[in-house]
Design a protein. Structure first.
Length: 408
């Protein structure tokens, strides 16, 4: 569950607001359901597209942008619909952003108006998506109706209209604390009680329900063993046209390490800070640059200027930042869980330096002192990302999936 998605949809504050919100939801939901069954379901059944149109939403995670781009390479109409987006995003990252839709039309900003739009926005996006698209790609925090009284019925409603559903996890939408803590290095190890955000019962119920209701369930990264069912893996796509290799920096000078944590406690940030501090105390010429809350274009310039990319050290799998680092031709440090190598056969070719909190200082020292190793690992990165994570590679995989799914 993400704050970005909740912003402007679910009221915050006193329990009275939540109570009134639920009352309003209960009143509007039956009417919405009747209109949907009488209008949208017949329309969708009568005007079924020969070639499926794809919609990604409504959680605004950048992967859906690249997923839609990969679809378009193979001739699909594929769009992203989200409620809002983070300030670090570019204007064109998503096809339709509800917040921006309102702002561009100078709609009111009063509390009553905001409450009203927060109430109707999920239904607006849902109706818009059902009218125009055939295959719905969600994360496990749900689709467009997640924060409405009809949330549990959304998969059923989509199937009534002949739609297909593909679900994939991104992280906190499916991660279960009890399962996570079984691993000696895990996302929970740096969480203090006062910042704990887990709602395992709620997440488990939603994961179990969507695994039963979705047409296809895909695992992703380290999120495979928390799913009661998965039909395959979805590898993160990335747009390599934006991440071309850059020449390695000429040393000697301080070796520059870049770490870009969106949430420090989930990246093992304290471990890379400690390792760099200790190595500097030992006389090694190394500097650490933390990239936080920075626009992608500005962050990219920092990445290009570095010698080593430090991704995450507790999660067990790599994601977007590591892929961008490899595409730039940089050596990448990241923790990869040993038990996942059988699930991810592509990792056997991966040039990432497998780094945990327990060996981070030694791995970093090796990269700092071995110029040839940095160069060799960096040179292997672009080819690896092109083979396994390019828009062409992921688009081809998804094209085969769509063809099978739409014939059913």
């Amino acid at each position: 569950m993400t704050e970005t998605k909740k912003k402007g949809i679910v009221p915050r504050g006193k329990s009275l607001k939540i109570f009134l919100w639920k009352i309003a939801q209960g009143i509007t939901a039956p009417t919405i359901l009747v209109v949907y069954l009488l209008v949208l379901v017949p329309h969708a059944r009568l005007f079924r597209h020969k070639e499926p149109r794809i919609v990604w939403g409504g959680t605004p995670i950048i992967n859906i942008k690249y997923g839609a781009m990969a679809d378009r390479l193979y001739g699909y109409d594929s769009d992203t619909l989200v409620f809002t987006q983070a300030s670090i995003n570019q204007v064109d990252d998503y096809t339709f952003v509800f917040d921006r839709f309102l702002q561009e039309r100078n709609f009111g900003r009063g509390l009553v108006w905001q409450a009203f739009m927060g109430l109707v926005s999920p239904y607006y996006l849902f109706f818009r998506a059902v009218w125009n698209y055939d295959i719905f790609r969600f994360y496990f925090d749900g689709g467009f109706l997640t924060y409405t009284a009809l949330a549990a019925l959304e998969p059923w409603m989509l199937h009534m209209a002949g739609k297909k559903i593909i679900v994939v996890p991104y992280g906190g939408d499916a991660r279960l604390e009890t399962e996570t803590r079984r691993h000696p290095v895990n996302f929970c190890m740096d969480c203090r009680p006062e910042i704990r955000e887990c709602h395992e019962g709620q997440i488990r119920r939603r994961v179990n329900r969507l695994c039963k209701q979705a047409d296809i369930v895909l695992g992703c990264a380290d999120l495979v063993d928390v799913l009661p069912r998965y039909d395959g893996l979805w590898l993160y796509p990335t747009d390599l046209s934006q991440w071309q290799p850059v020449p390695a920096r000429v040393l000697p000078r301080p070796v520059r390490v870049v770490h870009a944590p969106n949430h420090r406690k989930y990246k093992g940030t304290q471990h890379i800070i400690r390792a760099v501090h200790e190595l500097r105390a030992e006389g090694y010429h190394v500097e650490l640059v933390l990239v936080e809350k920075m626009l992608t274009a500005d962050a990219k310039k920092v990445y290009e200027s570095c010698d080593i990319i430090a991704d995450q050290f507790i999660g067990g799998a790599y994601a977007q930042f590591a892929m961008e680092g490899m595409a730039l031709g940089k050596p990448v440090m990241c923790y990869l869980r040993e038990d996942l190598f059988d699930v991810h056969p592509e990792w056997k070719e991966c040039p990432i330096v497998n780094t945990s909190p327990y060996n981070i200082k030694e791995k970093l020292r090796e990269l700092i002192t071995d110029d040839k190793l940095r160069l060799e690992l960096g040179q292997r990165g672009p080819a690896y990302v092109r083979k396994w994570h390019s828009l062409e590679a992921i688009g081809k995989q998804d094209d085969l999936m769509y063809r099978r799914l739409w014939k059913v």
